[in-house]
Every structure is written in C-alpha cells, then in structure tokens.
Ligand binder design. Structure first.
Ligand code: SF4
Length: 337
C-alpha cells in the first residue's frame, strides 16, 4: 500500500486510498444532497464542465480545501454515472488522467525531496506496473516497458530507434516518462467509473445531471458509416462514436483513408468530436497536414494492412480477400495461392 497524505489523495483521487479515506470519514450519498455540500457539488460539476472544454481542471490544494477536492472527484463520478453518456465519461477520464500526469511530473522532478519522487515512482509501479529509475539526470525504464506503451504513439520521436537505449534501458525526461502512461491512466480512471454502481442519487444532483446531459449532446457525431468501408475503418469510427480513445495510429489510418476516399476536412472533423481529447483547431490542423495543405505539401497515404495489423487495428473478415491496403476493400481481389 502507498502511504499517502491528504494532499496526495487530492492530487491522485483515483487511487483506492482516496475511497478508503472517504469511507473512514463516514460520508454517504444521502449526505451529499444536503445544502452544506452545495459548494462541493458545484466543484464536481465544474470539474466535468472543464473536461468538456479539453482543458485541465485546476485543483485548489490549500489545506482547507483538500477534503472538498477529494470529494468533488467522487461526486463527479456519481454525476457522470447518473448522466450515463459514455462520451462525457471518456472526456472526464482523459482530463483527469492529464491532470494527474501533471502532478506526477512535478513529483518525479523534485530531486531535492526524495519522498515525493519515491511516491510518484511507487504509483507508477503499483498501479501501472512500470519500474522507473534515475540515472544521473535521466529517467530510465526497461525496453519492454517502453515498447509496450510507445507502440501507441505515431510521432517518430517515440520510435525506439530514435531513443537513447543503453543496457536494456530507455532514457527519458520527466515529461516523456509520465506521458507514456496517459492512455493507461485514462483507462484506469474510466474503468473505475464503470465499476461504480449507484442506486439512486439525491434530488440536489438533478439540476447538474440535466445540464451535463445537454452539454454532452454536442459530442454526438452524425457521420454516416458507408457499408463499403472495411472493418478496420468501421471499427475506428465506432470507437470514436462511443467516446472511446482511438490511438494515434488509428486516427492516422482513419483520416488518411477518408481523405483518399475524397472526403473533405469539413466532413471529417465532426467525426473526431467525440474523441475524449477533441480540440477542433488541432484536429483541423492535423487533417490539413495529412491532406498536404500545410508545410511542404506532403500528402500522407493510408497505411498498409500489414502495418494496421501490427498495430492491432485490423479486424479482418473474408471479404478483405487478401488485399494489401484498406483502400482496395471491395475492389481488388487477389486469388489465394
Ligand atoms: S485486412 Fe486490411 S482492410 Fe481488412 S480489416 Fe485488416 S487492415 Fe482493414
């Protein structure tokens, strides 16, 4: 077990210890409906609302506010369960993952306070099974721990050949170290939310639940999935539609496929609306880049089936018929040898 203080629980409220702390203090669901808890309900609502904007909620870690910080996370979860819209929950879990990432980065950087560094490493080890050590000013992890996570990054700087590797260890800075676990942290928080069951919530929650339901509507995608798309592309669209996180490779595959199929940027942008980390400006820029409308004007091609397979994004069916690129689906048929 990790020995955590109250400030740590406020920084990392997804840890089991935060739940234990709340139980030990004797808080219960009915009590949250009392007017005394109105400020905490406001804080919880604000926490979710900020997540919908793609920003990171700023915690107030002043000693007097630590209880309400811890409680607001739990109340946010109760609100999200009551709203019951997965795209909203996914945005929240991603925003909370990024928020915790920020604290983890601060903690592992505190070389003068070894207990902070140890605590952050312990969280990474106990929750995410990743062993981090320090060599001089660098953070190092094993090649297998690195590859297992870096495979989800599309940018070339994450490729193992572009990293400093010595004696089976990959060298990283503090930002890269915690960035590597964002996806796991997001999934961890999301699965915590999914596992919570709430019988009924006090009336005081109703107004927040109703506002959040209308807020979530803006993430509803209206993109039509053509029956002529191959299963890998249909699957990627469905993942986004459910508000789940699609890897960078998956986004790259989907965007390059649709651009080559003649869809324009205006038609593709709404598809990504549901992604937990959606930011319209960034999405547009990335699509323009892939379409060759920025910089050197290089147009990116849809990856091959082999590449897609190696990234666990292939959902082959007999109709794929030995094609080598999703763009051939339904057209080219290669006879079996
Ligand atoms: S075989 Fe190719 S087209 Fe078919 S699902 Fe896999 S990657 Fe997509």
């Amino acid at each position: 077990m990790i020995d955590l203080g109250k400030e740590d629980l406020a920084k990392y409220p997804f840890l089991a210890e935060a739940g234990e702390y709340i139980r030990d203090r004797g808080f219960n669901l009915e009590e949250f409906g009392h007017s005394d808890f109105k400020p905490v309900l406001e804080k919880a609502y604000n926490r979710i609302q900020v997540a919908t904007t793609g920003k990171i909620y700023n915690s107030d870690l002043h000693l007097d506010n630590l209880d309400s910080e811890i409680l607001s996370f739990v109340i946010s979860i109760i609100m999200l369960k009551s709203v019951g819209i997965s795209s909203l929950t996914r945005r929240f879990s991603l925003a909370e993952a990024r928020r915790a990432e920020r604290y983890l980065q601060q903690d592992i950087n505190r070389s003068k306070d070894s207990s902070r560094v140890e605590l952050a490493f312990k969280i990474l080890r106990d929750v995410f099974s990743i062993d981090v050590n320090i060599i001089h000013d660098d953070f190092v992890i094993s090649v297998s721990d690195y590859v297992h996570r870096a495979i989800h990054f599309h940018e070339k700087e994450w490729k193992l050949v572009n990293r400093r590797v010595e004696n089976g260890l990959v060298y990283l800075n503090s930002h890269e170290t915690v960035r590597l676990i964002r996806r796991e942290l997001d999934n961890y928080i999301n699965s915590k939310i999914q596992s919570v069951s709430i019988p009924s919530v006090p009336k005081a929650f109703d107004e927040y639940v109703s506002i959040l339901r209308s807020l979530a509507k803006k993430f509803t995608s209206t993109f039509e999935i053509s029956t002529e798309y191959p299963p890998c592309i249909k699957h990627a669209i469905e993942v986004l539609d459910k508000g789940e996180n699609l890897s960078h490779s998956g986004r790259f595959m989907l965007a390059t496929f649709l651009l080559t199929k003649g869809k324009n940027i205006e038609q593709i942008v709404p598809l990504f609306k549901n992604a937990p980390d959606y930011n319209e400006k960034v999405t547009r820029y990335q699509l323009e880049h892939l379409a060759g409308k920025t910089g050197a004007g290089k147009k990116y091609s849809c990856p091959s089936c082999d590449k897609i397979r190696s990234e666990d994004l292939c959902f082959e069916i007999p109709e794929c018929n030995n094609i080598i690129n999703p763009l051939q689906f339904g057209k080219k048929r290669i006879k079996n040898a």
